[in-house]
Design a protein around this ligand. Structure first.
Ligand code: ZN
Ligand code: ZN
Length: 332
């Protein structure tokens, strides 16, 4: 990919007019960041620019003394000869699409996005542009999400059933974004809520952003707790660890878009899978891509072949952004 606004380099998407990279790897002078997931906001750059509500979350990821500046959603700033602004991506708190305008040409880099409503982050904003770089993590027609409230109901029902049998409910959810989304939907009448220490540090910034989450207890090493009727939220990274083996009687679940894949739950030895994703589903991708009015689409993140074929059949100029495929914590 190379056009008047963006080109693909070894470190990632580069804007020559502004001399900055978007979500780069390596060590660059100026990184503009879509959101605080580890495959987008990486440590080691000499300066960072992100949205206001992304800033604190990003610093948890890359170090609290990192040189991070931030910008309010919708506000324009000039970097070199490029105008840059952030627009909500609806993926996690602070997640942004990055709009770059150079000599009247506008490209938008989506980062990860989700047009579906979500009470834990700013709602997705459709931005008109000439070119759109879209993620396509779930770029197959089999991926269709139910409304979030239905998934919250499923989770609460499962929790209530387990509590009735005096068994804790251990629900694996990615520590940033998914865990908070799950927490926001829990019915705290059912029992106490505990979180793994990897989830805990993000919660105060959600509270600061005005997002209502239920009271939780952080699980500390060497402490005794009564877990019988509790909900425990932990990152999938600890699924096979000694930490998890301590919860012998627990029923285990996983909240992820990947639970839509046949056999995924059984392969991981889980009692339940909840199909809850922070990414656009097939219809969401198509709606957004068409809605931008862009004449050129580049897809990244996941296998874009099916989506590319579909859009071309619709007369939309689309190609896979070669070499830019990434897999993040939620895509792993
Ligand atoms: Zn992400
Ligand atoms: Zn990602």
């Amino acid at each position: 990919m190379k056009n008047e606004v963006l080109e693909l380099r070894r470190e990632g998407l580069y804007c020559p007019a502004g001399d900055f990279y978007i979500d780069p790897r390596g060590n660059v002078a100026r990184a503009v960041i879509t959101h605080a997931h580890s495959d987008h906001g990486r440590p080691g750059h000499r300066s960072y620019l992100c949205s206001d509500s992304c800033k604190s979350l990003l610093k948890i990821r890359i170090g609290k003394d990192s040189p991070v500046e931030s910008l309010a959603f919708g506000k324009r700033t000039k970097i070199g000869d490029a105008w840059v602004s952030f627009h909500p991506a609806g993926h996690i708190l602070g997640s942004a699409q990055i709009r770059v305008e150079v000599r009247g040409r506008v490209w938008v880099v989506s980062g990860d996005y989700k047009p579906q409503a979500d009470q834990t982050c700013e709602p997705f904003e459709l931005v008109q542009c000439d070119g759109f770089v879209s993620e396509c993590t779930f770029g197959l027609p089999v991926y269709r999400w139910l409304p979030e409230t239905e998934i919250h109901q499923q989770i609460n029902q499962w929790w209530a059933e387990n509590s009735g049998e005096n068994r804790p409910s251990l629900l694996f959810s990615y520590s940033l974004g998914k865990a908070q989304r799950v927490l926001a939907g829990l019915n705290k009448e059912i029992g106490p809520i505990f979180v793994h220490s990897a989830v805990y540090p993000f919660l105060e910034y959600y509270a600061q952003a005005g997002i209502k989450l239920p009271q939780v207890t952080k699980i500390e090493r060497g402490q005794d707790y009564a877990f019988e009727d509790s909900m425990i939220i932990a990152p999938p990274a600890v699924e096979d660890s000694t930490w998890t083996r301590n919860f012998r009687s627990a029923r285990k679940g996983f909240a992820s878009g990947w639970m839509a894949v046949r056999g995924a739950r059984r392969r991981r030895n889980l009692d339940r899978g909840f199909i809850l994703s922070d990414h656009a589903d097939w219809n969401g991708l198509i709606e957004v891509i068409k809605g931008t009015g862009a004449e050129e689409i580049q897809v990244t993140h996941g296998n874009g072949d099916a989506l590319t074929r579909y859009l071309r059949e619709q007369g939309i100029n689309c190609s896979v952004l070669a070499g830019a495929s990434m897999r993040g914590e939620e895509e792993a």
